[in-house]
Ligand binder design. Structure first.
Ligand code: ZN
Length: 247
């Protein structure tokens, strides 16, 4: 397995000989207006450039997994760049209809027992915030990868820490966990994804796992920086378990 942090929640995952592209958000820096009612209204999204060319990122991708359709996970640049016959996995029928309407012909809804080229893909639940904000944020998913030649990988997606994440960890015993940890927020309503305390909760229930923090410093409403998360994991003595990669 090889996991490459691209930008925001966009990852390249090489797993059991296949190349997966997760949550493709491929626009150039500054293409979209800032998310409203949040920090940094003077900065357009994405805040930073891609670390490599789109061609390199999408070259030889076997399947794309879109955990939900928010702009910072699936954008116009991705719709344009990806070949329309590429395998696309989505969380539910509603998202499948939308992705098909964008011209993609090979769209499949992830289930708890999806198989792709011998790799088991298991859809997991997520909560994109807590309380009232959930209605606005909408449905999201995560995914567990399993294969007999690989460690189990859990990509939690845009979720806060809650019992669903705990259940996924206790059910699948992932050795590698990717969490979206920018603690993105609107001015009201609280965290939309994990913050540092959530990462600590994940580490406590999965002390043997390696945890990778993604979705950081790339869209205007982030509130947890890589630097602050790194200091926190040092303070907590968990810097051997939690990785905070640059793009
Ligand atoms: Zn997001």
């Amino acid at each position: 397995m090889n996991i490459q942090q691209i930008r925001n929640a966009t990852l390249i995952v090489q797993y059991a000989g296949k190349k997966f592209l997760i949550d493709p958000f491929l626009a150039e820096k500054g293409t979209y207006p800032p998310f409203p009612n949040s920090l940094r209204q003077d900065q357009n999204n994405p805040l930073v450039n891609l670390p490599s060319s789109i061609d390199e990122i999408i070259d030889n991708v076997d399947a794309v997994i879109v955990t939900h359709l928010h702009l910072d996970h699936y954008d116009d640049a991705a719709k344009e760049a990806l070949p329309k016959d590429i395998k696309m996995f989505v969380q539910n029928d509603e998202d499948a209809i939308a992705v098909k309407n964008d011209g993609f012909q090979n769209v499949e809804v992830l289930q708890e027992d999806t198989a792709f080229e011998g790799i088991q893909l298991i859809k997991t639940k997520g909560e994109h915030g807590r309380g009232e904000i959930l209605k606005l944020a909408g449905l999201v998913c995560g995914v567990v990868f399993k294969h007999h030649t690989e460690k189990t990988l859990y990509i939690a997606g845009d979720t806060v820490w809650y019992e669903g994440v705990q259940k996924a960890i206790e059910t699948h015993h992932p050795e590698i966990i990717v969490v979206n940890a920018g603690d993105n927020q609107f001015l009201e309503g609280g965290s939309l994804v994990m913050g540092k305390d959530d990462v600590y909760e994940v580490q406590k229930v999965a002390p043997a796992a390696k945890i990778i923090a993604s979705h950081m410093e790339a869209v205007n409403h982030w509130t947890l920086s890589r630097g602050e998360l790194k200091s926190y994991i040092n303070e907590k003595g968990i810097s051997e378990s939690v990785f905070v990669p640059e793009d």
